[in-house]
Ligand binder design. Structure first.
Ligand SMILES: [Fe+2]
Length: 231
């Protein structure tokens, strides 16, 4: 059975990194390691075998643990093309999808297993209650197109696993542009400072609170991104 672990960097960047492993074979894959040490500890404790490191994009905070994991486990950073599938076990795989916007080379990974809700590892494309900025090599027009395409590919029960925890700040912004949104108000009231205590949101829940998903208008999306950049 495939199992999932989430790691969180307690600093201003608030990165999430992920481990996916098959508990039958011990084969494991890391996504966007901010720090190597927690992965090394976990992989050794569980007796896993690291098969590869996957990065959604090349920004330093998503790759900074790569080298130490490569050295420690003689593992490889998977050089993924713009699309494809990485088989994890007999029944499930990670689908790789190109999602230009935050950066031009950004990719997301979708865990798919028949009979299970998909899991989206969205890096800095889609956050809870927000989307990535386009200030470091990105393009906001592309991010709009990418966001629409990506959400159309996924069922509403998809589990969202973003690259950062910006939920509180994003909810505050969402409320500033959508002040009558009672779901945003309620989530903001309940938001916990420790993101590891929070269950991940589904796409259905995200659609209720994310102003960038709640507009079909590219110009409004671009305006929202610009407001958020300066907020
Ligand atoms: Fe980034």
């Amino acid at each position: 059975m495939i199992r999932f672990e989430r790691f969180y960097a307690q600093n201003n960047l608030r990165n999430f990194s992920y481990l996916i492993f098959d508990d039958a074979t011990g084969n494991a894959w890391v996504i966007d390691p901010y720090e190597a040490a927690p992965f090394i500890k976990y992989i050794r404790k569980e007796g896993l075998s690291l098969k590869g490191i996957l990065n959604t994009h090349g920004h330093f905070d998503h790759v900074r643990g790569n080298d130490e994991l490569v050295r420690t486990f003689n593992a490889q950073v998977k050089d993924l093309g713009p699309a494809g599938n990485l088989l994890l076990d007999e029944t499930s795989s990670l689908e790789i999808i190109s999602t230009p916007g935050h950066t031009l080379d950004h990719k997301v990974f979708i865990w798919r297993c028949s009979g299970e809700a998909p899991v989206l590892y969205s890096g800095d494309t889609l956050f809870n209650a927000g989307v990535g900025n386009c200030k470091n090599g990105g393009n906001v027009d592309l991010l709009f197109d990418t966001t629409k395409t990506l959400t159309s590919l996924l069922p509403l029960d998809t589990v969202l696993q973003p690259g950062h925890d910006y939920l509180k700040r994003n909810l505050e912004f969402a409320l500033s542009v959508d002040p009558d949104n009672s779901v945003v108000k309620e989530r903001l009231r309940l938001v916990d400072e420790d993101p590891l205590k929070r269950p991940p949101l589904t796409l259905k829940e995200e659609m209720e609170i994310n102003p960038f998903l709640r507009t079909e208008d590219k110009n409004i999306f671009i305006k929202l991104r610009s407001l958020r950049d300066n907020w």
